[in-house]
Write a protein that binds this ligand. Structure first.
Ligand code: MRU
Length: 349
């Protein structure tokens, strides 16, 4: 079952939630033209939402998947093998997107609940509790990142960013964008330069929408304008999000992130990555081991359903970039700002 609801079905600055047996999420594919909340009680719809970027952003992908598991078992009668269904759904959801480690991070937590809950009649509620806990935990992590990041954003900063890292990308107020929200709330005069983020335009459609709604001064530009802006001295700091941080500090984030890092290095602009600990993959030694999602050619060959090239042409459409650690000034997490050499300790389960 899928229902389309209006914006009031979620709180302001809320991108997902659990409502009495249903998951509700903002459909980010059609923002900012339409603000539609989708309500569903079928995990397959959550899978599709992740795959098609109706929900997106590393932390939100993990939270969505956790709710997907909870909704899959929610109304199952006890004579169905709830344990088996939960594991099958966890395994399926894990395939939805490869790069953001938050997906497997959240699903591993759900798997642990299956393993540790011995009584079948308690499994549904235990899985729902865990999904809500994962969501609540992300809200707190976002708040802490917002506070930790203030030292890199002095009053008057011009800030460069790419993609969308705000409430649309997380369970809380955002990662990199949480720092912008907090700086603005503290009365700092900041200005955000948002790269449009071809091909799916998360910067143009989502970041500009979020910043404008919060009255934060924001300027939209094509991705290729960033280097010149940095060269001309118009950027004080660049802050981006991450989909996975490797143990050595290499970062995977939206395509275009590497060229921003290079432009910042060449022009002595500090380049920071903001991410919760759930995005740090201590099992991944370096960026070369981070799987990079390649998406459909038509994301590039079409603009707003208008074909700019026939589909037969060869297209390279990686959704993410790898940014080497030597280009990163620091990684802003809820536990402080980490600088090289990185020694990330695995979180206890
Ligand atoms: O393909 P997307 O839109 O899911 O990519 C999102 C990003 O690259 C974000 O920068 C990243 O997930 C950090 S979100 C807080």
């Amino acid at each position: 079952m899928i229902r389309h609801l209006d914006e009031s079905a979620l709180n302001s600055r809320q991108s997902i939630g659990w409502f009495d047996g249903y998951v509700r999420y903002l459909d980010q594919r059609i923002l900012p033209h339409e603000i539609t909340v989708i309500e569903t009680d079928e995990w397959q719809n959550i899978y599709d939402a992740i795959k098609t970027l109706a929900v997106r952003g590393a932390p939100l992908i993990g939270i969505s998947a956790a709710y997907g598991v909870a909704v899959a078992v929610h109304a199952l009668p006890l004579d169905r093998n709830i344990r088996k269904v939960a594991i099958e759904v966890i395994d399926s959801l894990a395939q939805a997107r490869p790069t953001a480690v938050n997906l497997t991070w959240a699903l591993n937590k759900m798997r642990l609940v299956v393993d540790n809950t011995t009584k079948d009649d308690q499994l549904c509620s235990a899985l729902l509790e865990e999904a809500v806990a994962i969501h609540d935990d992300d809200i707190l992590r976002c708040e802490s990142i917002a506070a930790e990041g203030q030292t890199v954003v002095p009053d008057g900063s011009n800030i460069l960013t790419v993609c969308n890292t705000g409430f649309l990308a997380t369970g809380g107020i955002g990662t990199a964008a949480s720092i912008f929200y907090r700086a603005f709330d503290l009365g700092k005069k900041i200005h955000v330069y948002a790269c449009e983020t071809r091909p799916l335009l998360q910067g143009a459609r989502l970041t500009v929408w979020e910043m404008s709604r919060a009255n934060i001064p924001v300027t939209l530009m094509v991705d290729s304008a960033a280097a010149g802006l940095a060269r001309d001295g118009n950027i004080d700091v660049c802050i981006i999000g991450a989909d996975r941080v490797a143990a050595n500090g290499d970062v995977a984030n939206k395509i275009g992130s590497y060229q921003l890092a290079l432009a910042c290095k060449a022009n002595d602009v500090p380049f920071y990555v903001a991410a919760p600990w759930s995005t740090i993959d201590t099992d991944c030694p370096d960026g070369d081991h981070i799987p990079i999602e390649e998406r459909a050619a038509e994301e590039v060959t079409k603009i707003d359903k208008n074909t700019i090239h026939p589909d037969e042409i060869s297209v390279y459409n990686p959704a993410f970039d790898r940014v080497p650690a030597n280009l990163v000034s620091g990684i802003i997490t809820e536990k402080g700002i980490h600088t090289p050499p990185y020694k990330f300790i695995r979180e206890s389960k």
